[in-house]
Design a protein around this ligand. Structure first.
Ligand code: SAM
Length: 321
């Protein structure tokens, strides 16, 4: 069992398989010139598997694959089927922008993926093209349908709320939970990534998001799937749910159960801290025992809570959001 020095039980590993992305979301990139890591810097699937095997052996139960955009990395479906077969795994999920999901959802499900989180910040095609840099809204909507049809469950839709950019669509996005059995989760904008355009004025607290949602009807609290970070509600007659992720206004560090691995193999104990442990030389040159020691080291330096007013240097797509 993995326990950190504050007694938190670590069961969840987020694995970012690539820093590459097929979108250019302005808040995720900013002055970043979209230079990608050279391929030799990124861990191979075999190397990720070696690390995940050790993590599962130590007590991790849930794996989430993310990026960059995980579906742009070749061979992801085969990787999913390898991970899905590992002993000790109880949950395998994917975070994606959904652009390539229509053509991959059924294969992913067959390979052993259980559930999917799809990022979607707007339902307006022109706004999507402006915010995300590509005119792909229709592809994402097809991806959501394909995920539901394939039986991936639950399907969650992640919306980062940016005041002045998409907050006028909070209600429209929430109404998706009436039409479809999806959980629409509103995420507070976070100051992550050196050079990323963190704007105080674009931050909208979850309390205000909730206030606006209440105009749609009574928000009945329900318990969240798997004890994740969202506070979950249901609107009258809804087929799905609504979630609020208060990453900034009310942090949930005391029940944080996660570690992250970046595409180049840095083990990151906290999204908001720049401390990392380099697993690449270990996975390339040493054995399982050394990897286990690296996990223990990560637990020892996992902070009790995130640093206030600290903007982590790494861009979100280089951490694995
Ligand atoms: N490409 C995948 C996707 O779009 O879901 C996975 C990586 S992406 C970095 C993961 C999530 O992080 C997306 O939902 C994105 O909107 C979110 N994100 C990026 N920058 C953020 C920020 N500063 N605050 C909150 N969420 C952010």
């Amino acid at each position: 069992m993995l326990r950190d020095s504050f007694g938190r039980h670590i069961t969840y590993l987020r694995v970012s398989v690539t820093d590459r992305c097929n979108l250019r979301c302005f808040y995720c990139s900013a002055k970043d010139t979209f230079s990608w890591l050279p391929p030799e810097e990124i861990l191979s699937y075999e190397e990720f598997l070696k690390i995940i095997r050790v993590a599962l052996d130590l007590g991790v139960e849930k794996i989430r694959l993310t990026g960059g955009e995980p579906l742009v990395r070749k061979g992801l479906v085969a990787f999913v089927s390898e991970v899905a077969r590992l002993p000790g795994l109880r949950d395998l999920s994917l975070t994606t922008n959904g652009v390539l999901l229509a053509e991959t959802a059924a294969e992913l499900k067959k390979a052993g993926l259980k559930r999917v989180n799809i990022s979607l910040d707007t339902l307006r095609p022109e706004r999507y093209a402006t915010l995300c840099g590509k005119p792909y809204l229709h592809r994402v909507l097809q991806g959501i349908e394909a995920a539901l049809k394939a039986g991936l469950s639950p399907v969650k839709i992640n919306t980062v709320v940016l005041k002045g950019y998409n907050d006028d669509e909070i209600e429209a996005l929430a109404l998706l939970s009436l039409e479809m059995p999806v959980e629409v989760r509103f995420i507070e904008f976070m100051p992550v990534g050196e050079g990323a355009p963190w704007e105080d004025k674009a931050f909208l607290p979850a309390a205000e998001i909730k206030r606006r949602l209440e105009a749609l009807g009574e928000l009945k609290p329900v318990s969240s799937y798997g004890g994740g970070p969202a506070k979950t509600y249901v609107l009258p007659k809804a087929r799905g749910k609504i979630g609020l992720i208060t990453a900034m206004s009310e942090h949930f560090c005391h029940r944080c159960n996660r570690l992250r691995i970046t595409p180049e193999g840095k083990l990151r104990p906290c999204l908001f801290s720049d401390q990392e442990i380099d697993l690449k030389p270990i996975v390339r040159q040493a054995g399982e025992e050394e990897l286990k020691r690296a996990f223990s080291q990560a637990l020892a330096i996992k902070p009790s809570s995130r640093l206030v007013n600290h903007q982590p240097k790494r861009l979100m797509r280089r951490i694995g959001g």
